[in-house]
Design a protein around this ligand. Sequence first.
Ligand SMILES: [Zn+2]
Ligand SMILES: [Zn+2]
Length: 346
Amino acid sequence: MKALFLEAPGDKPDIRLRDVSMPHVGENDALVQIAACGLCHHDVAVMAGLLRRGVRPDIIMGHEISGVVQRVGASVQTIDEGDRVVAALTSFCGNCDRCRVGRQYRCREGKGVGHAIHGGFAQYVALPATSLVPVPDGVDLVEACVAACPVGVGIQAITDAARVQQGETVLVAGAGGGLGAHAVQVAAAQGARVIGVTTSPDKIQAIEALGDIEVILSTEDLDFSEIAMALTGDEGADVVVNTVGSAVFASCLASLSQFGRMVVMGEVTGANANFSLTEVLFRDATVVGSTGASPGNIAKALDLMSTGAVKPVIHQRMDLSNAEDAFKHVRSRQVFGRIVLIPPSD
Ligand SMILES: [Zn+2]
Ligand SMILES: [Zn+2]
C-alpha cells in the first residue's frame, strides 16, 4: 500500500508517498481502508519540526481517520467487515482506572494514533477494534473524519470540561481555526449564546454562516475583552473556550464573568502566558485544560453531525500525494476548517 512519510521536517518538509507492506492485523484489530484523514495543526507542527513529543520516528502520521472495515481479527466481535467507522485518537486498554471512568483518551496503556502507532496518511490502517466508532447512515464518510478531532475534542472541552449549560454565554477565541469553527457550533448546540473571536477579516462571514454566532474581529495586539464586556452588558462570558493558548490568555481571562470558566484547548506559539493571578482570584474563576475525545464523545459528535447541528467545516479535499501543498495552505492560515487528505483508491 501507499503511505505518507515525513523524511525531513522543516519549513519546506520533505514528505513522500512510499510503498510499504500492508499492516499486520492482530486478533483484536480491524483493517480499515481509509476514506479520508484530516490534516490537523498538530500534524503540521510535526512536519514543520516544531513538535516532536511522543512522535515515533518513521511513523505514518494522521489521527483524523474515517474509512471502511475490510477485515477483522479472529477475536473481534464489536465490528464487522463493511462497517463505516472513525478512529479514536488513541488506542486504549479498556481496563485501567482512567478507561473505567470514560477517560480512554488518557489510558495508561494508550498509544496515540499517528504518533506512537501508525495512523491515517495511508491507504490502510490496522487499529484495535475497540477504538473504532461506527458512522451513522446519512453522515458522509469523508466528512466523518473530523468526528474525533476536532468535533469530539470540542464536545469534550465544552460539555465535560467547561460544563456549558443552556442559556450561558460562551466566547470562543480562535473561532476561524479548525477547533474553533467546530467549537462555536458545539456550544450553540448546547443552547449557549456564542461569541466568536477571530483575527481574520476574511473568515467573519464564514463563521457567521455556521449558525447564530456573533463575531468579534480582533488583531494580534488588541485586548478583545473590552468588546466582549460591551456585548455582555459588562457581565463577561460564563465560559471562554481558548483554542489559541498563551497569546490570548490574558484577554480570555479578562472576558470571563464572575465564577467564569476558561477551557484551554490549544497552545499555538508554545510561549508562557502573562497574566495577573488576581484576575483569577477575584473572579472565583476556573481555568481547565482539555484534550482528546472519549469514544462516547466521538459518538456524540457523529450524532450532532447526522442531525446537522454540527456541520463539518472542510476547506478542501486534497489527494494524499499533494500533502506538501496541503501543508503550505495550512501554514498560510488562509484555511477555514480542515483540509482532508484522500489516499489513492488503489
Ligand atoms: Zn487533530
Ligand atoms: Zn486504559
